[in-house]
Design a protein around this ligand. Sequence first.
Ligand SMILES: [Zn+2]
Length: 317
Amino acid sequence: MIVDAHLDLAYNALDLGRDLTLPLSELRQRKGEGEETPMVTLPALKEAGVGLAFATVFVDPKAHAGRLWEEARRQVALYRAWEERGLVRLLRDGEDLKRHLEAYPRDGVLGLVLLLEGAHPLPEPEALEDLYREGVRLLGPAWATGSPYAGGNAHPGPLTPMGEALLLKMEELGVALDLSHLADEAFFQALEHYEGPVLVSHANPRALAPTPRNLSDGMLLALRARGGVLGLVPFNAFLDAGWKRGMPRLPLARFLEHKAYAEGLLGREGVGLGSDWDGGFGLESVPLGLEGHGDLKRLGDEAFLGGNWLRWLSSWL
Ligand SMILES: [Zn+2]
C-alpha cells in the first residue's frame, strides 16, 4: 500500500468546501475560477492504492482567528464522521494498525493517523489530552507563522517554555513529534527537549532548494540520528526555490534529484512520501507526469512509497 505522510483532508473539505467523497473527475469539474486543479478525493486515493495517510488537523490561523480551538474540534469531528460512515479507519494504537493491515487488502478502506499541524489551536498544553482522546497521534508544534509554542519557518523564533511543556505532554501521552515548519532554532531545541518518536511529514532538502521551509543537511542528519523518516513533497516551490505560480511545471527528474539527495543523507530507509497535495496548491504546481496519486508509483519502490512509514509507525504506535 501507498502511505502518504501529509494530506490536509479536513481543511479541503471544510475551508475549501470540497466534497471529498466525489470522484476526482467530478471535483475537478466543479473547480472555481483561479483555483488550481484538485488532486485528492477519497475515491481517488482508494483507486490509487493509498492505504494509509497522516491526515492533518490544520487550522488556518488568520481565517479562524478567535476560534482556533473550535475549528480544530470541527476538523476532528469530520474525521470521526467519516469513520462512522465507513469511509476511513482512524488508527489510534498498534492494534488498530495491525487490524488495518489485515483488513485493507479486502476492503480498501483508507487508514488515517491524525496529525495536528501547528499547535496554535491548543489554548494550553493540557488541551492536547482532548485531541488525543479523539485520535491525534502526531503533532507539529508550529505552522509557518509560528505559535505560542515555537517559531515557524516564516516567523523564526525559539521553542518557548509553553513549547517545552507541550513536548512533555506529548511524551506522556505518546504523540510523535513532526518537525516540519519549525524554525531552525526551534527544530534543534525541540529535539533536545523531546525523547519520543520524530518525523518530518512534509519537507525537502534545502541544499537543492534553499528556502527556510526546507531542511538543512544538519537537520536531516539530526532526523536520521533519531530514527526519523522524511516525507518528500512533490511541490514545485519546494523543489526549486525560484519556481513561482504560473511558471511551467517542473520535470519529474527534479523530484528524483531531491529523493536521491535525501536518501544520501538519511539512507533509503529514511525517506518516504508526504505529498501535501491540495495543501494550498494543485496540479499546476506539481511536477509533470504526476496527475494524481496513481502516478506516484513512478517515484520509487515499495519502501519509499509505504514500507518506510509503516516500519516507523509500527515501531512506536
Ligand atoms: Zn504544511
